[in-house]
Design a protein around this ligand. Structure first.
Ligand code: SAH
Length: 520
């Protein structure tokens, strides 16, 4: 059998965006992925759905897999002909035991590839606004393990020499901090030397404690800061005052907040990215999924006779997606729309059309039914096709009919309960969720169903954010308190409203009533 290859891939320090292009490419191809606590979990979403994922780190109450077992696992799977990615936090060769894994491959004659990673030793201080070197202050940098070796306090570290190095970065040093500080001071380093500890750097949970060799131990105790953290010692730490960026509350008001995204799986990603930009940790929990309508015949007939329509008005990305799925099933393509004009109710829907080669003839400036109806001009005697959700109430159809148009509303998709995602019920029980977002009435209904009994009690201390007044009304009718309603009824508007609300939570106001759209 063909021998597989082991890829030792640096996953970066935590921000999933900090893996390398090459590392990501291997991750996407892997048959087997072996990961541990410091590899960013979000990267596993990049794996093939059928890839085997093996956790090698510590679990509550359990030890991590011993290194020899990890080595045997990597070699064993490669010998089965599998492509094995060993995903490692930071860089595989910076205190990552990558050497031992490479050694095992060499000994077994298994081919291997090393993909370097962005090490936490450099990147974590950077996300705290601390450059590990600076021309004005530093000409030497040392990266040091702060871990005890086989119970011996510091192996054979030469503290006299280390104390002379301008910038010192300690990994795995939190529990040993008092010892590190004591040895540096004893070796002559000034007690005024600035020190920073950065926990879960580059992630929404990033936490920073700063001080000096004289007071850092006390400050870390006060802050109750635990591993994993990087310790930086040296004058460069003071630059954080000027270079602080990632954890600045002004720019990332949602920093550290866990926000549940309830929309359908393939639409969640964009919203998650917007939340991440504001500093939040998105928790994807698809409450709904989009499926073809139960009866496709009316849609098929409309597609077969598209030339009868003057306008086709798409009111959601889902509508576009499912319309094209049906075109495809009928062995047709975008040319089927060549003879009619096409409208999109908002920019996302217009983009979805654009991706299929259709430049919308009309996109309203505001995404409300009145604007669309007004913008289409004189519609008397014109024929409209509105591909929409099976249950949706479209104020637009009514307005168009009132203006003298003939309108066919055709069910193009239906909403069914979603599956997968994180265990949000458990997170709610543990008080680990800060906010839940709803982007349509059906996300509210299906979310409550998925969480099950006591959903309302579990949501009591949690911020509930809705995309607009209709969704908010549904949430209230189902017994939820609504804390945030977007003024612009788009995902972007929702994320902005949530960010803006952080300082004034408890404000229970809604935008003016208007029809709102499942703009996606
Ligand atoms: N190979 C890794 C380091 C592994 S040693 C790398 O190159 O980054 C594990 C130590 O790395 C932890 O004890 C901690 O000191 C540091 N570390 C890794 N990721 C971190 C993060 N996101 N925030 C703070 N420290 C981190």
């Amino acid at each position: 059998m063909k021998q597989g290859t082991v890829y030792l891939v640096g996953a970066g320090p935590g921000d999933p965006g900090l893996i390398t292009v090459r590392g990501l490419a291997y991750l996407r191809q892997a048959d087997v992925i072996v990961y541990d606590r410091l590899s960013p979990v979000a990267l596993l979403d990049e794996a093939r759905p059928d890839a085997e994922q093996i956790y090698a780190g510590k679990r509550a109450g359990h030890h991590a897999l011993p290194q020899e077992e990890i080595n045997d696992l990597l070699v064993g799977k490669a010998r089965e002909g599998k492509t094995v990615v060993r995903l490692k936090g930071g860089d595989p060769f910076v205190f990552g035991r990558g050497g031992e894994e490479a050694e095992a491959c060499v000994a077994a004659g298994v081919p291997f590839v090393i993909v370097p990673g962005v090490t936490s030793a450099v990147a974590v201080p950077a996300y705290a606004g601390i450059p590990v070197t600076d021309r004005r202050l530093t000409s030497t940098l040392a990266v040091v393990t702060g871990h005890k070796k086989d119970g011996v306090e510091d192996g054979n570290l030469d503290w006299e020499s280390l104390a002379q190095v301008d910038t010192l970065v300690f990994l795995m040093g939190v529990t040993n901090l008092p010892h590190i500080v004591g040895r540096l001071a004893a070796a002559g380093r000034s007690r005024e030397t600035p020190v920073a500890l950065v926990r879960w750097g580059t992630t929404p949970r990033q936490q920073v404690v700063t001080g000096t060799l004289a007071n850092i131990v006390e400050r870390v105790q006060q802050a109750d800061l635990h591993p994993p953290a990087v310790i930086v010692v040296g004058e460069v730490v003071n630059l954080r005052d000027r270079f602080r960026w990632f954890d600045r509350p002004v720019e990332r008001p949602l920093l550290g907040k866990r926000v549940v995204v309830t929309r359908a799986r393939d639409q969640a990603r964009r919203m998650s990215a917007l939340l991440e930009e504001q500093g939040a940790e998105p928790i994807e929990f698809p409450s709904i999924a989009i499926a073809p309508p139960e009866d496709c015949a009316p849609l098929d007939e409309a597609i077969a006779t598209l030339e009868r329509y003057d306008w086709v008005v798409f009111t959601s990305v889902n509508g576009v997606r499912m319309f094209w799925e049906r075109l495809d099933a009928l062995e047709k393509d975008s040319r089927a729309l060549a003879g009619t004009r096409v409208a999109a109710i908002g920019p996302s829907t217009a983009r979805a059309l654009g991706a299929r080669g259709i430049a919308a003839d009309f996109v309203p400036a505001k995404y409300v039914a009145e604007e669309v109806a007004a913008g289409l001009g004189d519609v008397r005697g014109l024929r409209f096709l509105l591909p929409r959700a099976d249950l949706a109430r479209e104020a637009l159809a009514r307005l168009l009919r009132e203006a003298g148009a003939a309108v066919d509303e055709i069910a193009t998709y239906c909403t069914v309960p979603g599956r997968g995602g994180r265990d949000v019920r458990a997170l709610l029980e543990e008080g680990e969720i800060d906010a839940v977002t709803f982007t349509s009435s059906s996300t509210v209904r299906f979310f409550l169903q998925r969480i099950g009994t006591e959903a309302n009690r579990l949501l009591e201390g949690v911020t509930v954010a809705c995309i607009g007044p209709i969704t908010a009304r549904t949430a209230r009718e189902l017994g939820l308190h609504v804390d945030v309603a977007a003024e612009e009824y788009t995902v972007q508007g929702l994320v902005q409203a949530l960010a803006a609300s952080v300082e004034r939570l408890g404000n229970d106001e809604c935008g003016t009533m208007n029809d709102e759209w499942r703009e996606t």
